[in-house]
Design a protein around this ligand. Sequence first.
Ligand code: CLF
Ligand code: SF4
Length: 499
Amino acid sequence: MQRIAEHKGCGTTGGDGKASCGSAAGQGDLPAEIWEKVKNHPCYSEEAHHHFARMHVAVAPACNIQCNYCNRKYDCANESRPGVVSEKLTPEQAAKKVIAVASVIPQMTVLGIAGPGDPLANPAKTFKTFELVAETAPDIKLCLSTNGLALPDYVDRISKYNIDHVTITINMVDPEIGAKIYPWIFWNHKRYTGIEAARILSEHQLRGLEMLTARGILCKINSVMIPGVNDKHLVEVNRAVKARGAFLHNIMPLISAPEHGTVFGLAGQRGPSAQELKALQDECQGEMNMMRHCRQCRADAVGLIGEDRSAEFTTDKIMDMEVNYDLTARRAYQAAVELEREAKLTAHEEELSALAGEESDLTMLVAVATKGSGLINEHFGHAKEFQIYEISVRGAKFVGHRRVDMYCQGGYGEEDTLETVIRAINDCHAVFVAKIGGCPKADLAAAGIEPVEEFAYEFIEKSAISWFRAYLAKIASGEIAHRPRGDAEIRQGGLIIAA
Ligand code: CLF
Ligand code: SF4
């Protein structure tokens, strides 16, 4: 194992009951043409992220602005978590990598270009890559993430290449706040600083957003929540982007520590706690879809959101790989997912109907160990993250995730690690797992978090509601008293990856 520096990122997750793409929005919630665009996109649909994968290719090294949460030694913090320096690719290498990944991972449905700098500060490489992929793998959706400075100049090309999904990172609409986040921008052969730089950036971002939505391109807005700098202001940003037709808002926590070497990290600027982040996301949740499942992934990430298989697809390995781009197999996988989705939805609705007539104001969080497919299918000790669901008499909905170090290292548990896991899910009343050992079970229970194994390998939402019904029954019978939980920590430390 290797410990590497880790810092900030781009996305978040969201979700509430309604047409929330960040939540479990289904076909019934969205117009058919929008559903077609989002149903297999793991970032634009929370529900899809349990089944479908994305990949990024790192073809865009240069950037045209400086963010105080970015260290250029790593990747773009707006759409990537800079755990390690990405392997830079030429457009031709990138296109080959896309086909190689699609051959091995049939659930990979989206190619994103997200850095390591800004894709539109590297337009030739970015658009050449999209062009090559569109020729060889026409069923893969194309996705772009940008800081927005150069966006108005490239809207026509984005539209021409059928790039249906564009993310713009917008952290402010007030240049005075912007000046605290961006020390400079480089535009029109000139460097601008301070409030003027932030004003130009904000104008371009909002104009670019209007131009894209006017063309029917789905736009997601990423915002980094920086406590004391733009946290309260992000409500205004939410209103501004909603008014301009943004489809989804992804408010992500600033991840900042001195070892990241960023301006914010060195200045001791903290990131938000789990409760602070959720409160802001909830405040912005209205007609606007909120994304809460973002994992702030790297500019060369490959796999389901939350997993990273990029090490399997280095340039050396790709060149030796036998590529078999099998469209039939890919379609068969997607058809199987549709069936699984239906089964999951039916199970959720059936369980929910058993709650009908139940009256309770209780809203609680539970953590889930999952490897994907919407199932409780991971052992506690092997979980590298826990998904967080909010449950109430209205049902179970995904509201976030918490990354942790694996508790079980080489067959035995690490006590220090268990403490960090407990801090990461401290706001939860229960943790649902496929299996758990005796020691962590006792420690979790002592911390007030109930370990739940009885729903192993079952659907998450259905199981959470079933557990909630039993919980309400125990309160009604006087067997237990409900106690609120405290806050939880969003991890700021080093990312551990397999060497
Ligand atoms: Fe990549 Fe971004 Fe497209 Fe997704 S990521 S370019 S929209 S395909 Fe997704 Fe990753 Fe979060 Fe980005 S989880 S960092 S939101
Ligand atoms: Fe870094 Fe540029 Fe991305 Fe900002 S937009 S996080 S400066 S690469």
